[in-house]
Design a protein around this ligand. Structure first.
Ligand SMILES: Nc1ncnc2c1ncn2[C@@H]1O[C@H](COP(=O)(O)OP(=O)(O)O)[C@@H](O)[C@H]1O
Ligand SMILES: [Mg+2]
Length: 255
């Protein structure tokens, strides 16, 4: 049974989404993890990607970012990104915040942020023109980062590094960010700050594909929920539909 024939998967809206990944098949060596995963994100939408640990959520984000060999179709604004390499994805407007906090430990906080600035060149100048995120804003939102602007990124706490990774990704002025378990292992106050930042991201019209294990955080931030099972998307619906469908939770999320 493919994903679109699954009873819980609604037909997608009759409008080109901002982003789509269709029939993604990928894995590691001989072991296949994704068996035809199909997901889309509309303009400005926050979509939660849920599933049990080990189900393949991170693998899907890596496949989208071309960090793994994968088959299937990936489109941004209806334009195919089949031949695109990892470094082309940010030019296409897609930012990626991996689960392992990708900061440069030897660069200062300020330098880490400027690494995120769009490169010179045609795609870069387009991104600079629509620039909405600046270092000053992040420092205003997160005084802790400002206080440590000239400190090496590597000495920040895990939560601060996570925040810095998200901020750096936003400095590339993406239209979509893929965020992999941003609150994992963070203190409650850092979880709140990450959630606040993601809410601001959505408010500014940047779309988000969010892998988030904490259900209350995911349901609070997302417009739509996708659930992964057996290497496919087995549920696609609004937060209300998800909440009114306890069998989805029982079958695909509870341990
Ligand atoms: N680098 C890797 N090499 C081999 N297997 C991997 C690798 N990374 C993940 N896997 C396996 O792929 C499956 C999906 O992992 P992952 O996408 O990380 O799951 P999730 O993010 O949903 O917890 C798991 O069985 C995991 O053990
Ligand atoms: Mg993961």
């Amino acid at each position: 049974m493919n994903a679109s024939s699954h009873p819980h998967v609604a037909k997608s809206a009759n409008m080109t989404p901002l982003f789509s990944a269709s029939d993604i098949v990928a894995g590691y060596g001989q072991s296949r993890v994704l068996h035809g995963a199909t997901i889309h994100v509309r303009r400005g939408e926050t979509v939660g990607l849920l599933g049990r640990n080990g189900v393949g959520r991170s693998t899907l984000l890596k496949a989208i970012m071309k960090l793994l060999p994968a088959s299937g179709a990936i489109e941004m604004d209806g334009a195919p990104l089949g031949e695109a390499k990892t470094h082309d994805m940010s030019r296409a407007g897609i930012g990626y915040v991996p689960e392992d906090r990708a900061i440069f430990p030897d660069l200062t906080v300020r330098e880490n942020l400027s690494v995120g600035l769009p490169q010179r060149g045609r795609a870069g100048s387009a991104a600079r023109e629509r620039a909405t995120w600046t270092e000053e804003e992040f420092f205003a939102m997160f005084p802790n980062l400002k206080r440590r602007a000239d400190v090496a990124g590597g000495v920040l706490s895990g939560g601060e590094q996570q925040m810095l990774t998200i901020c750096r990704t936003l400095m590339m002025q993406p239209r979509l960010i893929l965020v992999d378990e941003p609150t994992e292992g963070l203190s409650l106050s850092m979880v709140d700050q990450v959630a606040q930042l993601l809410r601001e991201v959505a408010r500014r019209g940047v779309a988000v594909l969010l892998v988030e294990q904490k259900l209350t955080i995911a349901l609070g931030l997302c417009d739509r929920i996708n659930v992964m099972g057996h290497g496919r998307i087995v549920f696609d619906g609004s937060v209300d539909e998800f909440e009114n469908n306890p069998s989805v939770r029982a079958e695909w999320l509870e341990v």
